[in-house]
Ligand binder design. Sequence first.
Ligand code: NAD
Ligand code: UD1
Length: 346
Amino acid sequence: MASGANGSSGDTVLVTGGLGYIGSHACVALAEAGRRFVIVDNLANSSPRVLDRLQRIVGWRPDFVEADIGDGARMARVLREHRVGAVMHFAGSKAVGESVALPLDYYRNNVAGTLALLEAMRAQAVRRLIFSSSATVYAADNAMPLREDAALGASNPYGRSKLFVEHMLRDLQAAEPEWAIACLRYFNPVGAHPSALIGESPRGIPNNLVPYIAQVAVGRRERLSVFGGDYGTADGTGVRDYVHVLDVAEGHVAALRHLERAPGWVAVNLGTGQGVSVLEILREYERASGIPIPFQVVQRRPGDIAQCWAEVARARDLFAWRARRDLGEMCADSWRWQQANPDGYG
Ligand code: NAD
Ligand code: UD1
């Protein structure tokens, strides 16, 4: 399979944030679907080693441009020179706590950065976009499962930055109907490519559950703190919809096929439709790794909701997509990645 910009005009996919956790898996899914792509990443939260790893998985070296999405002139050049026809937009900042401390950084990178990208796209007549949104855009008091038409509302600057971008994209598509835009609301992406060559490599202490469990299992951390054992859930711990990152990645290729058929604006959940508690995933991880994971139940984490899982009918109906990998596979792939790369990309 050939890579790069030497194909016919307008069918290369620009993957912003393509060296990051989800973006790198999307690159693999694009390659498997026979799609050309070019990666733009500013390395703010990623390593250039991901390129070597991607090369080993797909068999050729992906095109990569080190650039910031906020640099509109540079983005316009990339779109033009690489004959881009669609953008998968993963680039952004994603740590909730950090967004509370540094809100302007989040609005600049996530909102102003996306705005610069959109202006560059419009200038180059590239009007197909898949945006990394999040289940965090749903208001806290909705009934489960969450349908895409449930009430929206975010409770921190990170979540609001995602919501603002969704609104911005909707307004743009309403004004210029030739745009084709999908906001994909991810639930909790976990796991890694089964090769153990790419995966999640958090800097510092992981905020999210599965990377934390993985580091306990590999001996980097002593025990898991379970944030709250008194929720109104079956075992009292928080419930989430964990979805394999490769399923999420494949959801993007399915969304792209949909956008190629149908302009419009659409928001679609990417989840399994099943809620899993902290203790359930902990037990599954112990099974996958064969290692007992010490834990203690501590106070609830401020801002956490008790439970959250997706209604998945829209993804099935529009994209013919559903998550295929189960919790055992998510834990086994996470563990394989963690063992092979105890310090992530180093
Ligand atoms: P990640 O941090 O691993 O990947 C983001 C990538 O974007 C990184 O490689 C980073 O270097 C790059 N980047 C950041 N700002 C940039 C900029 N201004 N210009 C160019 N590159 C830039 O995060 P991820 O987990 O892969 O998440 C990807 C997207 O999905 C993010 O937008 C995130 O908010 C969203 N999302 C993630 C989750 C999750 O659980 N991981 C859930 C919901 C939504
Ligand atoms: C978090 C973010 C959310 C983001 C999502 C996916 C917060 C408040 N929310 O959500 O905006 O979209 O990640 O990236 O940060 N847990 C523990 N111990 C831990 C870590 C987590 O018990 O050390 C529990 C949590 O209380 C929760 C579950 O595990 O019940 C999942 O937590 P996490 O992985 O952080 O994801 P979310 O809370 O869904």
